[in-house]
Design a protein around this ligand. Structure first.
Ligand code: ADP
Length: 475
């Protein structure tokens, strides 16, 4: 590994290489479930041989998606740090140039460097800059160039055998919706992890991490102050929370004080908020209509979640601040041992239809947009699962698979049954939304006004709102 340092330099600014990142999972706070999920990958990378003997290989690609500053790079570095493997990084925007072939060459460089140090990790930040949909609108120019870069990533990922070279590719993006679907296929970035804005508890945990090396009068005072900041810093990212503490430290030093106090922290928060409110293009650029659609989507998802509560995953809160093709509703950890009944499966299909049904009702079938695009495919996947894997439907108890494929004459039967469930789910979903229209409207209004809403308030509204008589729908 001795030559890693010089490699890092010789590749100029397009690839950065680190022999060890020194970052651990302790450095990332909030959203603990993400770490749990990634821990598994670390274990495989670390004990390569042991797992290979059992036929278990590391996934080839993991895609982290979420707003800037939420710790995606930090997580990628933590995986490398925890596994003790070298870290190679490049950024999609740096790869793309107007000179044809450059992006592809840079991707090639990145992969060949990482491969020669395997097991290793490749991190591609802003992967959407090269991996956006082919044939889509060419916003930034250089379309052909991007396509070359994308093709090169696909070639590289398909080229390495999981069984021989343990190179884990981690991509990061804020724009899952514009990524080329080819990137998300099996054997490529088939593990997608959402890194969202931290909740209040998450913010507190992040503040504690970054307060480690700061001076406070006492532990008790520090805790009280951090709780206050966590409460006030709604919608702040990890990077912004870190900034608050740094800024407070600077203010403290400027005033020649020994300890960070309440005044400095609140001042720093106000400054950060100022840049937050005026500097965030993201929230300013969202057109009103998209906001309205997002609010309706989240409200519909919330009402369905009240109507058919999922006993194992109670919802906790939702918002319209992150714009993605799947609902923003957050769910609590599974509690207790799960067992799902047939009605639970059916209800989950009905719930999954909500984004699509509400958008169609409110904006019309010719005006659907991508924020509900995933709903239909998710619902039909759930229906297929119910039919093929559980044996709980009229389809029967066997798996009906032969060497991995559907037995041909049964495919038509499956499709017919799936369509039946889908039709039922869509009708049921739309009748629930009609019955609870008032709750949907109220939650939509609150989302538009405040940006977010918690489970408690959703339940209150749901229980108190007037209802329309429900037309009968039968399966
Ligand atoms: P992204 O890659 O998502 O844009 P980064 O990983 O670059 O975000 O985050 C920038 C910095 O913000 C990190 O180096 C870290 O100091 C801080 N940070 C962001 N999220 C977290 C978090 N969840 N826990 C602790 N620190 C965080």
């Amino acid at each position: 590994l001795g030559s890693l340092g010089s490699l890092g330099k010789s590749r100029a600014k397009f690839i950065s290489a680190e022999e060890t990142t020194g970052v651990t999972f302790d450095d990332f706070a909030g959203q603990e479930y993400i770490k749990r999920e990634l821990q598994e990958i670390v274990r495989i990378l670390k004990n390569e041989e042991e797992f290979q003997n059992k036929g278990i290989y590391c996934p080839k690609g993991v895609l982290l998606h979420g707003p800037p500053g939420t710790g995606k790079t930090l997580l990628a570095k933590a995986i490398a740090g925890e596994a003790g493997v070298p870290f190679f990084a490049g950024s999609g925007t740096d790869f793309v140039e107007m000179f044809v072939g450059v992006a592809a060459a840079r991707v090639k460089d990145l992969f060949s460097s990482a491969r020669s140090f395997a097991p290793s990790i490749i991190f591609i930040d802003e992967i959407d800059a090269i991996g956006s949909k082919r044939g889509g609108p060419d916003l930034g120019g250089g379309g052909a160039e991007r396509e070359q870069g994308l093709l090169q990533i696909l070639t590289e990922m398909d080229g390495f055998k999981v069984s021989t070279s343990q190179v884990l590719v981690i991509g990061a993006t804020n724009r899952l919706d514009i990524l080329d679907p080819a990137l998300l296929r099996k054997g490529r970035f088939d593990k997608i992890i959402r890194v969202g804005l931290p909740s209040k508890d998450g913010r507190l945990a992040i503040l504690r991490v970054h307060a480690r090396n700061k001076f406070f009068r006492s532990e008790a005072e520090k805790e009280i102050l951090l709780q206050e900041v966590a409460e006030l810093a709604v919608d702040f990212t990890g990077a912004e929370l870190q900034n608050i503490l740094n800024e407070a430290g600077i203010l403290t030093a400027r005033k020649d004080l020994d300890y960070i106090g309440r005044e400095e922290l609140l001042e720093a928060l106000k400054r950060q908020k100022g840049t937050f409110e005026t500097g965030q293009e993201d929230s300013r650029e969202v057109p009103d209509e998209l906001k309205l659609r997002l609010a309706y989507r989240e409200a519909a998802v919330a009402v369905l979640a009240c109507y058919y509560p999922d006993p194992h995953h109670p919802f906790t809160e939702t918002n319209i601040n992150s714009i993605q093709s799947e609902p923003n509703m957050q769910y609590a950890e599974t509690s207790g041992r799960e067992f799902a009944k047939k009605s639970d499966y059916v209800n989950s299909i009905v719930r999954a239809c909500a984004p699509r049904v509400v958008e169609e009702e409110m904006f019309g079938i010719d005006n659907l947009c991508w924020i509900s695009a995933k709903a239909t495919s998710k619902a039909s996947r759930l229906a297929e699962y119910l039919i093929l894997q559980t044996g709980m439907t009229a389809f029967g108890k066997a798996y009906y698979r032969h060497q991995g494929d559907l037995v041909p004459n049964l495919a038509a039967k499956l499709e017919a049954l799936r369509d039946e469930y889908m039709r039922f789910a869509v009708e049921k979903c739309s009748s629930v939304l009609r019955e609870c229209y008032s709750a949907v409207e109220t939650i939509t209004d609150i989302l538009l006004e405040k940006g977010e809403i918690k489970a408690e308030e959703i339940w209150n509204i749901y229980k108190k709102a007037p209802r329309l008589p429900q037309p009968r729908v039968s399966p």
